[in-house]
Structures are given as C-alpha cells and as structure tokens.
Design a binder for this molecule. Sequence first.
Ligand SMILES: [Zn+2]
Length: 384
Amino acid sequence: MKRKIPYFIEIFKSLIKIPTISSKKKAIDQSNKVFIDLLSNYFEELNFEIKIQNIPHTNKFNMLSSCGVGKGGILFSGHTDTVDFDDNSWTKDPFKLTEKNSKLYGLGVVDMKGFFAFLLNVISSINIKKIKKPIYVLATANEETDMSGARYFVESTKFTNIKPDCIIIGEPTSLKLIHAHKGHISYKIDIIGDTGHSSNPHCGVNSIEIAYEIIKNLIDFKKYLQQKYFHKDFSIAYPTMNFGSIKGGNTINRICSFCRITFEIRPIPQLKLEILELLLKEKLKKIKKKWPNRIFLKNLFFSVPAYEISKKHHITKKIEDLCEIKSNTVNYCTEAPFLKKIAPTLILGPGSVEQAHYPDEYLHCSFIEPTQNILKKLIIKFCY
Ligand SMILES: [Zn+2]
C-alpha cells in the first residue's frame, strides 16, 4: 500500500507550524480552523470518518474522527490550542519544529499537538482493517481558556453517540498514568464602603475593615476544608485555598470606599463544586447580613471540577497492567471531568508538564519510542 501520509517528523512540523493560540484577550485569541482541517485531512487519508463541530458563537472547532463501528473501543483525546507565548523569552521560533540535543522544540510540542503526530504515526503503522472495535480521535478547542470545546462535545449527545470502553487524554504526564486531579475555582469579593475625609473615620464605613472580617472568615473556612476533606492519593491531601490579591483605597487621608480580594480553591474529588460553593456562601452569610449591599462575591474565570476514576476500576487496572505502570494523581486540571461522562477517562501522554506553558517548550526524544509502543499496545488491547 502506498503511504500517502508523511512521516512522523513531517506531520509534527506541519502541526506546530499552524498557530492556534487560545486567550481571554480577544486580540490574541485565534481560530483553530486551519489546524482542524489539516488534522481531518490526515485522518481521512487513514480512512477515518470525520465529524467537525463548531462551538456556538465562536470560530473554534472540535473534530471527532473514527474508524470502525459498534460499541467499545478506545477514544484518544487532545486539545488543539496552545497558550500564548512570550516572544522575548523564546530563543527558538515557536512555530518551527526544531531539533537540538535530542529535544524537539516548538509551541505545543508537549501541550499537546505532538500527541496527534504520535497517533497518526502509530495508526498509519497498523493494519486497521483488522480492528474489531472502533478507534476514535477527538481534537478539542479552547482547553487553555474555558474548556468550552470539551464541554460542548459532551453536551451534544447526538454528535457524541459513542460508547468507547475508555478515553485517554494525551496531556504531558511523562507517560505516567493519571487517575485523578484536583479542581479549580476562583473568586473575587468586592467590598463597597463609603468615601469621606480621614479626619472623621466614623462618618463612613471603611471597606478595608470589612475586608479584615471577611479574611478572618475565609481563613476559618480554609481550616475547615483542610480538616474535613482528605484524599491520601494527593501529595497535598486536602483542598487548598490561596489568597491571590487584595487591593483597596487610593490615599492615606480618605476613608477607603472600595476593596477587592481575590482567592482560589482547589478541591479534591469528593468535594463537588456545587457543595463547595454552598459551604462558602454559608460561611459568608452572617457577615453579609451585618453589612447589607456591601459585599459581592463573584466567580472569576471558569471553574473545573476535580476528577477521579477509582484506582480499583477495571479500566485503570487493565491499563496499569498493560503499560506496567502504577496510576497517580496530579494537581493541574484537564478536560477529564467532562469527558468521563462518556467513558472512564485516564490521562497519559508524552513529555513533561514542566515544559508546558514555558518558553522553549520541548519534547525530549527519549519519549518517542515508548509513546509509540504504549499507543500501539492500547489500540491492540481495546480494538483488536
Ligand atoms: Zn494541555
């Protein structure tokens, strides 16, 4: 059979070459259309069926490619977007795959366009005519901003009328198997005081003094979470809370009329976001009553739930045995809490997370062969 698809490095180069930056700043945010089209062409060459999905009200797209029909099989998932890059800190061209000292440099090599290059390479090397259960490859949009690609994919059940036995997200885990991660939720609290001259502080409510009371309450809440929730698989075994910033006032001789506190919480899997939010609101109820219309709690950014598939789950065990690795946990977020609604989801991919989102992002070449072997094993196990 004549191989139409280019070799690994050529594919890899072509994927890195297309900028797909996701950003909350509109001027920087880019469509991933060209990337999705290229990826679709590659999978079509391998006789995969392609479905493309537009995320409503955006210029962003998801792609689901599949080979084979019926129940079961495996779904490999990756996000097509990258973070923005700092031109002054990169010593190489972020959009040119560059090999040096056994490292492949480029924006998205580990996080995570490289994963698609690996999939194309491995799938083109096996005889897919022999597969008995489907192989799916999902490419999502906007993972780096609000995860709207994965969220929308899971919501649109007609589109996702599939039931694989397992989902593998190829985020850079250094080829370690990940079965759980913490969630992330962040807030701001705006505190409205009164303005007035400092010579008579009693003529107005000072927002910094209210902030002091709020902070005391939040520190209590932090301790409560720490004592109440525990998960032994995490290196930091409880939900964490961190104050990120506090800003207020503008001059020494005025009563401070406005103060803002920001903070984040990283829940462990048994603490659902809805429960966390209820507990937090309950904690602030008394002080809000004491200072009506002066305290405003709001979500900052988007939130991601914690995720876990049991270590004892048969799919976890199966992949642990197959790849001869023990599953672990991480402290960063992925699309797993959404995708796991479709099938048991694990995270396993080439390259280290330490290089993700950093200048001169690279994939160490020592990952190439083991990644190819693992992907091949997974396909044979779940689809043959
Ligand atoms: Zn990523």
